[in-house]
Design a protein around this ligand. Structure first.
Ligand code: PLP
Length: 459
């Protein structure tokens, strides 16, 4: 075992951490946390702190930490066969079984799953498939992808472009030309406060229609969206949003990619967000909840309609020119099989629905009267609290005050509960493991009330 002080030093000297202010971290102005263990909804660090992780890592440890069933499946697979590739028809029992389990749970019109390693690479795959699809159909101009402001789809070149958050574009020369952004379905932040929800939905659909007309319908290939906006602020769509959007896409023969990296496998209290909102996607992106992050794995589930064209393309052109060395990695696939079995055995999806409803209602009951709480919203086991300077006029705080970060900091310091300050706006996000109990929910809600009140008193 290494000396603790040495480990912290090595961390600052050698480790390039993602999504981190690099200089502050290297200079020691930002504390490091070295995580050593986890059980249920709790993690532990080497200082001996036990923290309630109310964001399930990065909304991914859906079955909770420390499930030996998944760990054992990983160990068995590693001993039996740690690796073989999936090119040219090769597979393993785990990868084939997992593909079947995914399709058994996915909407009926879905046909096949391509495996990747991360949500980002799955969305890169999706865009390549959309372009291939339109080339096979002899529509070489139909290539642009419409995404939403505040959408999050990864941080690669294409996926960072699809992501509609400034932080992921600035100084990276993104977005790429083929990506166009449209409105976020974010009713609380609507420009015109007099709009009803129904008016706002109509405005989103009309603006999308106008954007497609402006770009030229024969140049627009696909629309990508998360059933519930995640990293952009945890924003469930207003009623009727997905129906209105799909009507516009159908009018112009534009494919729909449902990015279910967060919502897939139960987070909304339904197996898929598509099922939850009546979305009929052409491609579904999955990752996080597929293995509950016990091993890296993602997938692109393609519909019958897309698959038929891909098949016709390769019949003419030869093997699909796309593949990763680690696609369908047996160890990750074994983790996926064990994870999906546990989700069924533990009734995780219905718990997400029931405990999620309790959690969301408790947040509303406890926090609505606090002066800086402007909005409390959520769906399934996902929730956000948004802070404002003035409720009546919906005046936001100066971003420089970093109110969201202050609240997340107070939550951690005062109650050892991890929430997430969402990157754009003063928003405290929650997405605990789906095995959350009512008692744990009460702990989170009490901690949130205490943290918000303590920050409000200082402002
Ligand atoms: N899509 C969505 C909706 C996400 O929330 C994320 C990550 O948070 C991604 C894609 C990217 O996944 P990854 O970080 O595994 O590349």
């Amino acid at each position: 075992m290494l000396q603790n002080d040495q480990l912290a030093e090595w961390d600052r000297e050698n480790f390039f951490h993602p999504s981190t202010p690099l200089g502050q971290f290297a200079r020691g102005e930002l504390s490091n946390r070295i995580v050593t263990g986890g059980k249920g909804v709790y993690i532990e660090d080497r200082e001996g702190n036990k923290l309630l992780d109310a964001f399930a890592g990065l909304y991914c440890v859906n079955i909770g930490y420390g499930r030996t069933e998944v760990a054992d499946a990983i160990a068995e697979q590693a001993k039996e066969l740690a690796y073989y590739h999936a090119y040219v028809g090769h597979g393993t029992e785990a990868s084939i079984t997992l593909a079947k389990m995914i399709l058994d749970r996915a909407p009926d019109h879905m046909s096949k799953v391509y495996f990747g390693l991360s949500g980002s690479d799955a969305n890169e795959t999706n865009i390549k498939l959309v372009w291939y699809y339109n080339n096979v159909l002899d529509r070489p101009k139909k290539k642009k992808i419409i995404s939403r402001w505040r959408g999050y789809h990864g941080s690669g070149l294409m996926t960072g472009s699809l992501t509609g958050l400034e932080l992921f574009h600035n100084k990276f020369d993104l977005p790429l030309d083929q990506v166009v952004h449209t409105d976020a379905p974010y009713y609380f932040r609507r420009d015109d406060l007099s709009l009803s929800e129904a008016d706002f939905v109509k405005q989103c659909a009309d603006n999308l229609d106008a954007l497609i007309q402006k770009e030229g319908p024969d140049t627009v290939a696909a629309f990508i969206g998360e059933p519930v906006l995640g990293t952009g602020g945890i924003v469930p769509p207003p009623a009727g949003y997905w129906e209105a959007i799909q009507a516009v896409l159908n009018k112009y023969d534009i494919l729909l990619i449902a990015d279910e990296v967060v919502t897939g496998f139960g987070r909304l209290g339904s197996m898929f967000g598509s099922e939850h909102y009546g979305i009929k996607p052409d491609i579904i992106t999955i990752a996080k909840g597929l293995t509950s992050a016990y091993a890296p794995l993602s997938g692109s589930i393609v519909s019958d309609k897309v698959w038929k064209v891909l098949e016709a393309g390769t019949d003419k052109l030869g093997a699909i020119g796309h593949g990763w060395t680690y696609s369908a990695h047996p160890i990750s696939a074994a983790a996926g099989v064990a994870n999906l079995k546990l989700i069924d055995e533990l009734n995780i999806v219905s718990n997400a629905k029931e405990t999620g409803a309790y959690f969301n209602q408790s947040l509303k009951d406890a926090l609505s009267d606090i002066s800086i709480v402007g909005d409390i919203r959520g769906e399934g086991i996902m929730a956000a609290v948004e802070f404002v300077k003035d409720k009546d006029s919906r005046t936001f705080f100066d971003p420089a005050d970093k109110v969201g970060y202050q609240v997340a900091g107070a939550l951690l310091e005062r109650s050892k509960v991890i929430g997430r300050a969402m990157p754009q706006g003063d928003i405290l996000g929650f997405a605990p493991p789906l095995c959350l109990t009512r008692e744990e929910s009460d702990t989170i809600v009490a901690a949130a009330k205490d943290a918000i009140e303590s920050v409000a008193a200082k402002l």
